[in-house]
Design a protein around this ligand. Sequence first.
Ligand SMILES: C[S@@+](CC[C@H](N)C(=O)[O-])C[C@H]1O[C@@H](n2cnc3c(N)ncnc32)[C@H](O)[C@@H]1O
Length: 500
Amino acid sequence: MSGDGGADSGRRASRPSGGRARGAGSRGAASGSRRDRSVSPARVVAFDVLEAVRTSDSYANLLLPARIERAGLEGSDAGLATELTYGTLRRLGTWDAVIADAAGRPTDRIDPPVLDLLRLGTHQLLATRVPTHAAVNETVALAHRVAPAAAGFVNAVLRQVSRTDAEEWMRRLAESARDDTERLATTTSHPAWIVRALRSALAHEGRADELGALLDADNASPVVNLVALPGLGDAAVDELGAPDVYSPVGFTAEHPLALVAAHEGRIRVQDEGSQLAALALSRARPVEPGERWLDLCAGPGGKTALLAAEALAGGAALAANELVPARAELVRRAIAAVPLDVHVRVGDGTDLDPAELGAPGGFDRILLDAPCTGLGALRRRPEARWRKQPADVAELTAVQARLADAAFAALAPGGILAYVTCSPHTAETHGTIAAALKRWGEAAEPLDTAAAVRQVANRPLDLGGDGRTVQLWPHRHGTDAMFIALVRKRPEAEPAAAAR
Ligand SMILES: C[S@@+](CC[C@H](N)C(=O)[O-])C[C@H]1O[C@@H](n2cnc3c(N)ncnc32)[C@H](O)[C@@H]1O
């Protein structure tokens, strides 16, 4: 199985700590579970989060840390809760196909809390090194707490799952698929429409043969990437940790969160692809002191913070805009460590007057990191793939087009726009930018984005396409699948205009 279950998971589970009562893991499920209903707190936390994600649209990456803290989990127990929660959510499509087969009924005929228990148990059985008896017994014990009438059913289904190993399950699922898309969708746990979208995005570069590697990369736990805001720290990235492969300001470290806490906003968690996207704009050409920059869709402010540090170093001014007030507040917090006076406007980016943000002649650089489906960051948002719907794409591309027009209108003649998405869906990437370029006509000049990204990167990047745009990939670059397109407003074009 892919990277979800590691040796650590197995050790954690077989030697649980922190408040778990006597070893349910050493007993037979049928006899032991009724007498000993203790469950490891890590599994209780994982189940709680799965339930909240299902019932209240919670985000696992926001909820889990709070639940881990509330339960007092640390070290290996916190690690187990994280692995069980994220791993189960990512692989849910595959586990549901296994459960349906083992239970002899479709999963929509299983009570949702019971299905969550079965998903949790199946994940342990097929994707971690948790011993079979522990995976079954602990899940049955949990069933006695949350769905007592179904404990026998849970026991029977998990025992049925455990009779076949993961490899054989995958072979069976692959064999029963009607076509290649369904095979990949079931065995790699992606909705079929996402498999098709990712295949077509790779095919755009003539690299459709990388689809399997991409889908697998979506199921692997990503490393925590850090950025050291340039010019603000006293240590170089190679002194802080292991420098990133591509980003000159990024690195990984053994204890990333401790480092973030200790550096008060000057070191932040940020995907390497996001760093490259911000730097492609800030370093597209030398900064002239007095330049005016805008981050049009800034929340929660990751790229704003990097742009702010870059603007400070180059003597530029920066403004930020965000539609959602709570996210605008996150932008303010994100840039607090940068001694630059950044005006953070709360409002619709399609209704923005550059003069209101101190740039009556328009902005010299604008980042439009557009709202998108986020299909390029599925590994970081384990439940996202099940929430997104094909209809979201049409809605979002309409918003992207309006924001792109507003951004282009707000550029000063000669100014540069970076259109960025964390989705590789071609409708949101090439589709949005090609349609915009058509609307903007002679006033717009697509830049060599590949050259801009290569110029900031530590080493050569394997990029597809014609160079006007850049698509990064988790399986090829180890980044989120960020899309970047740099476009210049020709110097002879009309001056900037208010978007309203
Ligand atoms: C992809 S996120 C930006 C991420 C951000 N650049 C970062 O690196 O942290 C897109 C943001 O656009 C905001 N947004 C959506 N529609 C908007 C609009 N019409 N005007 C301004 N912001 C908008 C969303 O609330 C969201 O915070």
